[in-house]
Design a binder for this molecule. Structure first.
Ligand code: GLC
Length: 476
């Protein structure tokens, strides 16, 4: 099968979150399973490292319609050592920006251009995929444009579209005045993207894609409920027949405690001594005294839906139990200020690093004993799986992918501590249970081993995607 995976970010080139991890690792797994998989993404000239760019090869250039205009589009290509082919859509006006990959006044136009360019590219480079798997709102116009402009093109008529929702909170909602002039959608087809008197990119994809997937089975059910769906539950309920959820995997080569060069020492399930060395090194780097107390790690964007209000309301009591905490993240100032204050209040127990530093993240995964992730909503979540791999026991709220990946210790084969209600007391009691369990070294050691043995490689989920793609191809 020939699969084209379209994403607005992908490891190792540009990343602002979990989407980049998935776009970096699922295609590798598809290639490993014997399929041809390409990734197409914008060519962010100021974000992708120059040493990576020097290996890109220019392939073609052409013009792409944007409303009443056309815009330049170049295509560069690169083949990774694992055999994934990358296509980079080049237009400096849209993608050579200074401050990250999103958040500009013209994001709607930038990603409408990108989506149209992906489909134009197929004709220009003479490439006909069997499947296009588009991801999140930035690529949501791909199935929409396919339906409007490319479906009846002789070469492309058998292409099938899958659309994957990584987070329903970001939908690409804009005023209807963008419809013709920016998005090139004829007025008589406005119904495809119109939702609640706005243009909604994600709604357009849910409407037009052959299948809609999301990143965990639980989240696929949750988003039928208004509490989770940010308004899209109505359209999703009507498209339930084509919607499903597959749990993400992680890149087990990139996150491997037995080979990871960023760690003070390596370790594996049968020889865990290195984990203690990692803990001592982490405490040193964090400016905290070494000791045997449990270390709780958090690596997160500091935004409300990550459950930080719960953490705020019982943080003093968590430290009071005897925990040390190492937190890495940035985001809303109310949470940044809070963790800064905690660092000053508890200089011997709390370290806070504001920002995102990938090497430090791995040291926290490896050097902590527990990992706290009390999200209000979590489509999949990757950090809890990475923690397991590094022998760090997750404490999570049972929602979305957290529910699908972490079994509570009270059940057989448990790998972590879970709580159900979005309630600070419930979270505190899970943190308390973890503290008590840590005190019993033998049981704790067995728990860490179980955590490290949990398999979240792509081997299972890649098969589910392949099954879905095959089903779509059998329609031809
Ligand atoms: C988004 C979701 C996260 C998920 C990731 C990859 O960032 O918020 O839960 O793990 O996408 O699918």
């Amino acid at each position: 099968m020939k699969i084209l995976y379209a994403a607005s970010e992908a490891q190792p080139f540009a990343s602002s979150g979990g989407l980049a991890d998935v776009a970096g690792s699922l295609p590798k797994a598809l290639v490993k399973a014997g399929h041809e998989c390409s990734v197409v993404m914008p060519y962010y000239k100021n974000t992708i490292k120059p040493e990576q760019q020097k290996d890109f090869k220019f392939l073609k250039n052409f013009n792409v319609p944007v409303g009443w205009r056309t815009q330049y589009c170049g295509v560069f290509t690169y083949e990774s050592p694992e055999g994934v082919i990358y296509y980079f859509i080049d237009n400096e006006y849209y993608f050579k920006r200074d401050f990250g990959v999103y958040g500009y006044y013209d994001d709607a136009e930038r990603f409408a251009f990108f989506s149209r360019a992906v489909l134009e590219m197929l004709w220009h480079i003479d490439y006909t995929p069997d499947i296009i798997n588009s991801n999140d709102w930035q690529c949501a116009l791909i199935p929409v444009y396919y339906r409007i402009y490319y479906k009846y093109n002789h070469n492309l008529r058998n292409v099938r579209n899958v659309f994957t929702i990584h987070n329903i909170a970001y939908q690409g909602q804009y005023g209807l005045n963008l419809l013709e002039e920016i998005l090139s959608i004829p007025r008589h087809m406005a119904n495809i993207v119109e939702y609640d008197r706005d243009v909604n990119f994600m709604k357009g994809a849910i409407e037009t894609a052959d299948k809609v997937t999301t990143v965990s089975p639980t989240y696929a059910t949750e988003i039928l409920d208004p509490w989770f769906a940010h308004g899209l539950d109505r359209i999703l309920r009507s498209k339930q027949y084509k919607t499903c959820g597959f749990l993400n995997g992680i890149d087990t080569d990139m996150y491997n405690p037995s080979t990871d060069k960023d760690l003070a020492a390596n370790f594996r399930v049968n020889s865990k001594a290195g984990k203690k060395t990692c803990k001592t090194a982490l405490l040193g780097e964090a400016g905290l005294p070494d000791g045997d107390e449990p270390v709780i790690g958090m690596i997160t964007r500091l935004v409300e839906h990550k459950g930080l209000d719960l953490v705020k309301s019982v943080f003093d009591r968590i430290i009071g139990l005897g925990y040390k905490a190492v937190i890495l993240g940035s985001g809303d100032s109310v949470y940044e200020n809070f963790f800064n204050e905690m660092k000053y209040r508890y200089p011997e127990n709390v370290a806070f690093f504001c920002g995102f530093i990938p090497q430090l993240a791995k040291k926290i995964y490896a050097g902590s004993d527990m990992f706290l992730m009390p999200s209000k909503t979590e489509p999949c979540g990757l950090a809890q799986m990475i923690s397991l791999r590094y022998g760090t026991v997750p404490i999570v709220r049972a929602t979305g992918g957290l529910k699908d990946s972490i079994i509570d210790c009270g059940d057989s084969g448990g790998t972590g501590f879970t709580f159900l209600n979005y309630d600070a007391e419930d979270m505190f009691s899970a943190v308390h249970r973890a503290y008590d369990a840590y005190g019993d070294r033998k049981t704790w050691n067995a728990l860490v081993s179980r955590a490290m043995k949990a398999d979240f490689s792509w081997s299972v989920s890649a098969k589910l995607y392949i099954g879905l793609y095959e089903e779509l191809m059998s329609w031809n």
